[in-house]
Design a protein around this ligand. Structure first.
Ligand SMILES: CC(=O)N[C@H]1[C@@H](OP(=O)(O)OP(=O)(O)OC[C@H]2O[C@@H](n3ccc(=O)[nH]c3=O)[C@H](O)[C@@H]2O)O[C@H](CO)[C@@H](O)[C@@H]1O
Ligand SMILES: C=C(OP(=O)(O)O)C(=O)O
Length: 424
């Protein structure tokens, strides 16, 4: 439940990046010794992965923001569909287990339902490294006599395929070159941990990555980079309702595309060394936004940004070139009174209309964030169901917002309400 209309101010501390954490935890099993990862976000995706590692025999010590993974007793057990389906990044267990054991059996991943999310480029990469891959009854089987470095050109720039190939290649014989690789900061984070374990990786953060595989990888300690999407979500929230909000523990360079758009809208954004100060204004101007691969505007901020555009004056067009069906939040924003039309991969937002609290449903993680933001500036109470999606990627979302002066709380649903939600 979100009660709208309360101005926000103060500081909010940003957690470690979800999209790094979910790759670094599987990466740890490539080592033959304990690996510690720090600045871990306390989110359900991390808990699920940590359960998966324990299931295959790893000794996992999850202690607040730090996780120590001792992979010495793990075995290549088939990974059950149940847990794997709860999140997208369980697909990194394919690259990690293939690298470690030269075999893996794992259910197809779940995660946010953003329209089709194929993994053909992951498979193409594994096959190029020498794996035989088959898809039987919803599970992927991977086997290799040996993994050999290869030159792999990605037909689509894919974060997941780039990282998955890096994981398997870290223990392949010889050199792997990934061309047309994704350049997201989380890819550099994965390269950093693999390098700390002893693999030689060059070019992460550019579109050509070279990996020299190593037979045995060492243990190491690694600190996760800050979550630029969580930070961006609070920047957008502050732009709608903030007097002055400081977003702390971030890397401002990772947020340049959002900063530029907020400034174009009339929001004051000042970058400090590891923080951003955001001051909103009552008269925000609509802008056009197009999501692109990094360093372009991130698709993961498209849904939160749509809520902001509904508040800004004038017409805005927001186009998602990465996921052209990532618009399930729009119908819900409309229930709150927003005037938004979806045409193809774009949403036309006629902004400046007062929103009113309503009963809405979060269909995925960032849709949930978008609806909370809208609820914060709408009149009255917004009741959001499906908030378990939010827990996949935002640590202590309510507490952090309450710390800024927002009013929101959770209420348990009755059995009847849960049934209604499932069937709607
Ligand atoms: C856990 C994680 O890090 N999730 C992020 C990751 O998802 P994910 O790794 O799934 O996204 P990708 O970068 O792979 O997807 C980008 C585009 O490539 C397409 N594609 C991808 C792989 C493939 O084999 N074939 C193919 O066609 C996808 O359908 C999509 O249109 O990057 C997305 C794009 O920045 C983000 O929204 C997600 O938050
Ligand atoms: C789409 C997202 O996550 P995932 O790929 O884990 O589903 C996201 O973080 O917005």
């Amino acid at each position: 439940m979100v009660e709208g209309g309360h101005a926000l101010s103060g500081q909010v501390h940003i957690s470690g990046a979800k999209n790094s954490a979910v790759a670094l935890i599987p990466a740890a099993i490539l080592s033959d010794y304990p690996v510690t990862v720090d600045n871990l976000p306390l989110i359900s995706d991390v808990e699920i992965l940590s359960d998966l590692l324990q299931y295959i025999g790893a000794d996992v010590d999850l202690n607040g923001e730090a996780i120590t993974i001792d992979p010495r007793e793990i075995s290549p057990m088939p990974l059950p569909n149940g847990h794997v389906k709860k999140m997208r990044a369980s697909y990194y267990m394919m690259g990690a287990m293939l690298g470690k054991f030269k075999e893996a059996e794992i259910g197809l991943p779940g995660g946010c339902n953003l329209g089709p999310r194929p993994i053909d480029q992951h498979i193409k990469g594994f096959e190029a490294l020498g794996a035989f891959v088959s898809n039987e009854q919803g599970s992927i089987y991977l086997r290799a006599n040996e993994l050999r470095g290869a030159r792999i050109y990605l037909d689509v720039v894919s974060v997941g395929a780039t990282i998955n190939i890096m994981l398997a290649a870290a223990r392949a014989k010889g050199r792997t070159v990934i061309e047309n690789a994704a350049k997201e900061p989380e890819i550099i984070d994965v390269a950093t941990i693999l390098s700390s374990m002893g693999a030689v990786i060059k070019g992460a953060g550019t579109d050509v990555i070279r990996i020299e595989g190593i037979e045995e990888l060492q243990g190491c300690a690694h600190t996760i980079i800050p979550d630029r999407i969580e930070a961006g979500t609070y920047m957008i929230t502050a732009a709608t309702m903030g007097r002055e909000v400081t977003i702390e523990n971030i890397i401002p360079d990772h947020l340049e595309s959002l900063t530029a758009k907020l400034q174009e809208m009339g929001v004051e954004v000042v970058a400090k060394d590891d923080a951003m100060v955001v001051r909103s204004h009552t008269n925000l101007k609509g802008v056009d936004i197009k999501t692109l691969v990094h360093p372009g505007f991130p698709t993961d901020l498209q849904q939160p940004a749509t809520a902001l555009l509904a508040k800004a004056n004038g017409t805005s067009i927001i186009t998602d070139t990465i996921y052209n069906a990532r618009f399930k939040h729009i119908d819900e924003l409309r229930r709150m009174g927003a005037d938004i039309k979806v045409e193809g991969r774009s949403a036309m937002v006629n902004g400046g209309i007062k929103l009113e609290g309503a009963r809405v449903k979060a269909s995925d993680l960032r849709a949930g964030a978008s609806l909370v933001i809208a609820g914060l500036f709408a009149e009255g109470i917004t009741e959001i169901s499906g908030v378990h999606h939010i827990d996949r990627g935002y640590e202590a979302f309510e507490d952090k917002l309450i710390g800024l002066g927002a009013r929101l709380w959770r209420e348990e649903m009755t059995d009847e309400e849960q049934e209604q939600l499932k069937s709607s």
